[in-house]
Design a protein around this ligand. Structure first.
Ligand code: ATP
Length: 199
């Protein structure tokens, strides 16, 4: 599984539609300071479902939309599409190529799509959850993050390893099931109380 291409339109400094093709192996992005290298990495994090504005170095999510320059007006929406080669079938979907698209409008509306079909953010998360590319995105290591991992408490480090190993999904499902079970037990107790009252 590798990243085939990234298309950006209205995302941060990429006002014009920009397509970046990638080959298997190492891809290096080079350019002068402030030219948008990190914005490319932000776009990958964003399209994979980054939720916190800080995950894409922003104050608020709307900041990812091209804000305009002295000569060019701001745009109304940001769109990023990431195409992943899935010929090895690591993503649980019957396509050799998977394109995930995320769009955000200035109104706050947003949309995700998988191979052009609109879907929920949850569907994207589920699709990626066994690939190690989860919500916490440990495949994207930013400056300073290595220190944070090394300095994390053992329980926090365990969560990071569990997410990378694809276990976190099952832990979340188990917690959800336990909450429902507790709710059902509470309902049962209440029912028993009511029964006692009517007898
Ligand atoms: P360095 O080498 O210094 O780390 P870089 O190449 O990684 O730089 P980025 O941080 O990716 O650069 O890009 C910064 C540029 O992106 C700045 O010029 C900033 O004004 C521009 N930028 C960020 N968000 C937006 C936005 N919403 N609209 C327009 N431009 C933006």
């Amino acid at each position: 599984m590798f990243l085939r291409s990234l298309s950006l339109k209205g995302f941060k400094s990429f006002a014009d539609a920009t397509d970046l093709a990638m080959e298997p192996g190492v891809t290096v992005v080079v350019g002068p300071n402030g030219s948008g290298k990190s914005n490319v990495v932000d776009a990958i994090a964003w399209v994979l479902g980054a939720q916190a504005p800080s995950a894409v170095r922003s104050q608020k999510m709307e900041d990812v939309i091209f804000a305009g320059t002295a000569t060019r007006p701001a745009l109304g929406r940001a769109e990023v599409a990431l195409t992943i080669d899935n010929s090895a079938g690591l993503l649980p979907i019957d396509f050799a190529e998977v394109t995930i698209t995320r769009t955000l409008w200035r109104s706050g509306d947003s949309e995700y799509a998988i191979n052009g079909v609109p879907c929920r953010m949850l569907d994207v998360q589920e699709l990626l959850s066994d690939s190690g590319v989860g919500r916490q995105q440990h495949v994207i290591i930013s400056q300073g993050q290595i220190d944070a991992v090394l300095n994390a408490r053992p329980e926090e480090r365990r969560l990071i390893i569990e997410e990378a190993a694809g276990i976190l999904k099952y832990r979340r499902r188990k917690e959800k099931a336990e909450r429902r079970l507790a709710g059902t037990e509470a309902n049962l107790l209440r029912l028993q109380d009511l029964l006692r009252e009517v007898r």
